[in-house]
Design a protein around this ligand. Structure first.
Ligand code: PAF
Length: 284
């Protein structure tokens, strides 16, 4: 099937209207481009579940603070479109900034309370930008289901809550983290890592696997686990840890004692590159 590239909201509305009129279900895969296997796994999930899939490619300036280098973010639009076409995605919506945020745009969504923890402490404006653009994309695509990756664990939690709170008629599905063979969670930012930095970056997954082993062995002391996580990361050469935490998977409040299910989350810098990883632990 040939992929249709859509760049305006008006064109998108026409397409969506046609699909809905024919009774077809729509899955949306929101992305900021620089696609990797993780994104493609979301496209595959959407293709499996829905009649049609719309992938969106929009590098959303509203979720970057002035200190974060938006211009450094990799841009690979042509290659992204090719990869989505190879996956059989029917529609790619790749709008300009002006299309999403026209000059007279002034409304924004206040994210739910869970957005204030973890990422929210280090990137206070981030989730405001995320929920605003995601709500716009869900409204524009009228999607039945929206797909997000578990690597951005808190983002999934925040979007789920936003959708629930605002009665958005879209189901949110969070799909598993895709890792390279060495265990590194796929991220568009991994291209910035040198060979040496990549070796250090592996410590995020190793630390999470260590936590898993500890929990399986019966460890329930949250503070001890967190102290060990930080030490393992520092010993491996991680320069700066924003957070290393074990938390309740819904509220993201620190789990101490650890009650299952729980999630361990890490945000840390290797060189200039900020990496995220997490692992969910369930009973049994
Ligand atoms: O996860 C991302 O790539 C972005 O935060 C998203 C959901 C596409 C919103 O810009």
């Amino acid at each position: 099937m040939k992929v249709e590239i859509i760049s305006t909201v008006a064109e998108l509305t026409e397409v969506v209207r046609g699909l809905k009129k024919s009774g077809r279900t729509i899955g949306v895969v929101p992305t900021m481009g620089a696609l990797h296997e993780g994104h493609l796994s979301l496209a595959r999930a959407s293709r499996e579940d829905n009649d049609d899939t719309i992938a969106t490619i929009f590098l959303n300036p509203a979720q970057f603070s002035p200190q974060e280098d938006l211009s450094r973010y990799p841009r690979t639009l042509e290659k992204d479109i090719e990869r989505l076409a190879d996956e059989g995605v029917g529609y790619v919506f790749a709008p300009s900034n002006e299309e999403v945020y026209p000059n007279d745009f002034t409304t924004s969504v206040t994210p739910p309370a869970v957005a204030r923890r973890l990422e929210g402490e280090f990137r206070p404006a981030h989730f405001g930008g995320v929920v605003t653009v995601v709500l716009k994309l869900l409204n524009m695509t009228c999607a039945d289901v929206a797909y997000f990756g578990q690597k951005d664990y808190q983002q999934g939690t925040v979007i789920r809550q936003m959708v629930r709170d605002l009665n958005v008629p879209t189901e949110v599905r969070v799909c598993p983290i895709i890792r390279d063979q060495d265990g590194l969670a796929l991220s568009s930012r991994n291209v910035f890592l040198s060979t040496e930095q990549r070796a250090v970056a592996l410590s995020l997954n190793k630390t999470l696997l260590h936590v898993e082993a500890q929990i399986k062995a019966g460890q329930r002391d949250g503070f001890e686990v967190v102290t060990e996580m930080r030490q393992m990361l520092i010993d491996s050469g991680v320069e700066r840890i924003d957070y290393a935490m074990i938390a309740n998977p819904d509220s993201l409040e620190m789990a101490d004692p650890i009650v299952l299910p729980a999630v361990a989350l890490i945000a840390a810098y290797v060189g200039e590159t900020r990496l995220l990883d997490n692992r969910v632990f369930t009973e049994g």
